[in-house]
Write a protein that binds this ligand. Structure first.
Ligand code: SF4
Ligand code: SF4
Ligand code: SF4
Length: 368
């Protein structure tokens, strides 16, 4: 054989654990599909599994990787992992990845299953709240029917590279066999989309392989900016900034993950522009999830006795002060966790939508 077909079971959508589901529940179909494809390619078959996973009855060349990377469907990236390197992709169309003198192709278990059984049915991971369920969807079923929910505020189609649609759009959309997404994540009417974007950007940041600067820096900056939107620290131009930078990243990032990782955030911003503006301009979250309008924490300078008990309670090192002086909360560092409140026996840590006049420099207790 002069070629190698790698069946990569490391999902490129972390919201859709379908690859391992198929390996464990439909192994013979996946193996048959892979064999059929390998015959066409004149290739040996290798299975690449996430470390720690076992597949009962799987024979042949099985390798493991500890890298949970979105690029493990890229042949070059797979070869990097097989040779003990980081899974960083190569995108050039004419690049031929070679492992042990064999040209490497990569296929997912989903594609192998489709080669065996045809593509008239589709496996979809449905995420509602903390629950993930894998369903076999029949072509033509509405997305909300698949999710078995009657009402939704928004649905993310696809994982970290996916696109938000409104609940109504999801209800009106019938699934097709050629659908690119493998996961449907449902957000209820009471859920905050900005907060949802924070969770998504945190995961996106973790998944970026760091090879190219646009994706590496972009994921880090977006994560920070969206988090700031939920803590009342975002600046007026942040929404436009994200949109502008997203276009640059989509054009310049090295692999499909980086090119599409801005989709969830930009689609959410387009669909829920008012909600983003509430967070950025009005510092409110109507869902009451994140930045709480009544929760800017401050220390009442008339009541603080300068004991310092609050300093150790603050995980963000946001409280400044020394013995006998009125303590002050640095609003740029405060994450509104409220842990300092119970540490203050005097009860002088309070909350307000708008901060009252507070000392700007070190002030002795009683001198305010
Ligand atoms: S776009 Fe992101 S995931 Fe892709 S190669 Fe660049 S850093 Fe890695
Ligand atoms: S609310 Fe939390 S972060 Fe803010 S000052 Fe208190 S302990 Fe620190
Ligand atoms: S614990 Fe209360 S009284 Fe003591 S320094 Fe902190 S805010 Fe002031």
């Amino acid at each position: 054989m002069k070629n190698l077909l790698v069946v990569s079971c490391v999902s490129d959508d972390i919201f859709a654990p379908i690859s391992m589901y198929l390996m464990n529940n439909f192994l013979s179909e996946v193996v048959e599909g892979a064999k059929k494809y390998a015959l066409e390619l004149d290739a040996d078959i290798m299975y690449l599994l996430p470390e720690g996973q076992k597949v009962e009855g799987l024979d042949g060349d099985v390798r493991f990787t500890s890298h949970n990377s979105p690029s493990l469907t890229n042949p070059y990236s797979v070869v990097q992992v097989l040779t003990g390197n980081l899974p960083r992709p190569m995108i050039q169309d004419d690049y031929v990845a070679v492992f042990e003198e064999k040209c490497v192709s990569v296929i997912t278990p989903e594609a192998a299953y489709g080669i065996k059984n045809g593509f008239d049915e589709k496996f979809v991971a449905v995420n509602v709240g903390d629950k993930t369920e894998i369903k076999k969807a029949t072509v033509g079923t509405s997305l909300l029917e698949i999710a078995e929910v009657s009402d939704a505020k928004a649905v993310l189609l696809g994982g970290l590279k996916g696109t938000f649609v409104t609940g109504q759009e999801a209800a009106d959309t019938k699934i097709e066999a050629t659908e690119k997404f493998n996961s449907i994540t449902v957000y209820g009417q009471g859920e905050c989309i900005v907060d949802a974007c924070v969770q998504i950007m945190n995961k996106t940041y973790e998944m970026s392989c760091g090879k190219c600067v646009l994706c590496r820096e972009g994921t880090s900056q977006f994560k920070q900016i969206v988090t700031e939107m939920t803590t009342g620290k975002a600046k007026a131009g942040d929404i436009d900034l994200i949109k502008e930078v997203s276009e640059i990243i989509s054009l310049g990032a090295y692999c499909p993950f980086g090119q599409k990782m801005t989709n969830p955030l930009t689609s959410a911003m387009n669909l829920f522009a008012g909600e983003f503006e509430d967070h950025v301009k009005r510092k409110t979250c109507k869902c009451g999830k994140c930045y709480k309008a009544a929760e800017l924490f401050y220390i009442d300078p008339d009541e603080c006795v300068g004991c310092g008990d609050c300093i150790d309670a603050c995980p963000e090192d946001a409280i400044e002060g020394k013995d006998g002086y009125i303590h002050i909360i640095d609003q740029d560092l405060c994450e509104q966790c409220g842990k300092c409140v119970s540490a203050c026996e005097e009860g002088c840590i309070k909350t307000a939508t708008k901060l009252p006049k507070l000392p700007k420099k070190k002030t002795k207790v009683g001198k305010w």
